[in-house]
Design a protein around this ligand. Sequence first.
Ligand code: ATP
Ligand code: MG
Length: 410
Amino acid sequence: MRYSQLLLKTTKESKQFDSINATLLIKGGFIDQTMAGVYTFLPLGWRVLNKIENIVREEMDAIGAEMLMPTLSPRSLWEQTNRTGFDVLFEARGANKASLAKNDTAFIINPTHEELITPIVQKMKPSYKDLPFGVYQIQTKFRNEERPKSGLLRGREFRMKDLYSFHVSLESMQEYYEKAKEVYMNVFRRVGLGDDTYIVRASGGDFTKDFSHEFQTVCESGEDTIYVNDEGDGWNKEVATEEVQSSYTQHPASEVGNIFPLGTKFTKAFNYHFRHEDGQEKPVYMASYGIGTSRIMGVLVEKFHDERGIIWPDSVAPYTVYLAGLNGDDETIRNQADGVYKALQKAGIDVLYDDRNVSPGDKFGDADLLGIPWRVVVSKKTGGQIEVKRRTEQDNTLMSAEEFIKQVTN
Ligand code: ATP
Ligand code: MG
C-alpha cells in the first residue's frame, strides 16, 4: 500500500487522551474517537484488528464452527432469562410515529448472545449424538458501561469473540472447558501476550456457584488486581482468600478473556432438553467463552510502546515493512524505491510505502509512531542497496533487497 493512498493522517499534536493506547492509536491514525467508548477503526487499525481476529479464528476453529448472530434481539428473550435488569443493556425502539406511540422497548442491542444461541440450538434439535459441539462468532458488542475509559480497554461498543458449547453432561462440559483453556493460551501466545497472561479463578457471577476463569494480562493500566504464584496458580482479587493475598504476587491486570461454566442456567430458562438414548429428557449443559479482541489491541499498545510510538508484535503489525524512499526529487532513487516496493510485494511481504514528498525526519517519525517491525530506507546514501532497521533496535544495516527478502520470509 502506498502511504499517499491510505486514509492515514498521523498528527504531531501532542493531545493526550485518557490512556496510552488511545493517545498513540489516535495520533497514529489507527482509530478515531466518535464519543467516549466509541471508536472507528481506520484502515491501519482495521488491519491490526483483523490480524488479531484471524489468529482467534484459526485457534477457535479447533473447537468450534464460526457463525454470525444478529445485533438486535427482541426484549422477550431477555425477559425469559430474567436479564432485563442487566445494567449495561442498551434498549432500542423505532423512531417513527407508530413505534413511538406504542411507547414500549421492542429491542435489545446485544451485549452478549446466550439469549440468542440457546433457542437457536434448541430449534435445531441436535440429538445426544450431535453433542458436544461449539459455535462461535466475532462481532461488535454493545454495553452501556458506566464509565467507558482507557481507550480500547473499555468501550461502549467493542469487538468480542464469543463461543458457546453444548453438552450432554457436566463431565463433557468440563472436558471441553479444559481444552478451551489451552486454545485460549495459544491465542494469547500468538498475539504476543503469552508471557504475561495468567488464568485466574474469578466469580461465576449470576451464572454459576463455581468459579469462572479469566485470562488476565499483567498491565499497569489494567482495571483488575490478580494474585499469582510461581506455579502459575492465579486468583482475581474479588475471590482471593487472605492467605492467597498474603503469599502470592500481586499484579495489576487487564482481562483479555473470560470463560464460564454456565451449566443449565440458560437451557433451563428456555426449557431446552435433549432426548437421551434411553428416551429420557435431560437438561443440556452449556458453557460460554469470550475474548475481547479490541481490548487485546489496546493492551498490546499499553504494553509495547516507547517514547516514540507503538511497537507491534510481528504477528499483528498492520504491515511488516515500512519503506521510506528519500530524495524523491531524484528520479534514479525514486525508481529504485519503486523497484524495492514491487519486489517486496511480489515476495508476499506486507509493505507500507511512504511515497510522500516530506522530510526524512517526518518519515522516520511515522515509521516509529506506527510501530511497523522493519524500516527500510532507499536514498542517495544507500548506493543501490537498502538500509534496514528493526523497530526495536537502534542500528541499521546495509544489504541488498534480495538479502532482506530472504531474511523476512524465513
Ligand atoms: P469486564 O469484567 O472487563 O467488565 P466482563 O467480564 O463483563 O468484562 P465478558 O462478558 O466475559 O466480560 O466478555 C468477554 C471479554 O470481552 C472480556 O474478557 C473482555 O476482554 C472483553 N470486554 C468486556 N467488556 C468490554 C468492554 N466494555 N470493552 C472492551 N472489551 C470488553
Ligand atoms: Mg469479567
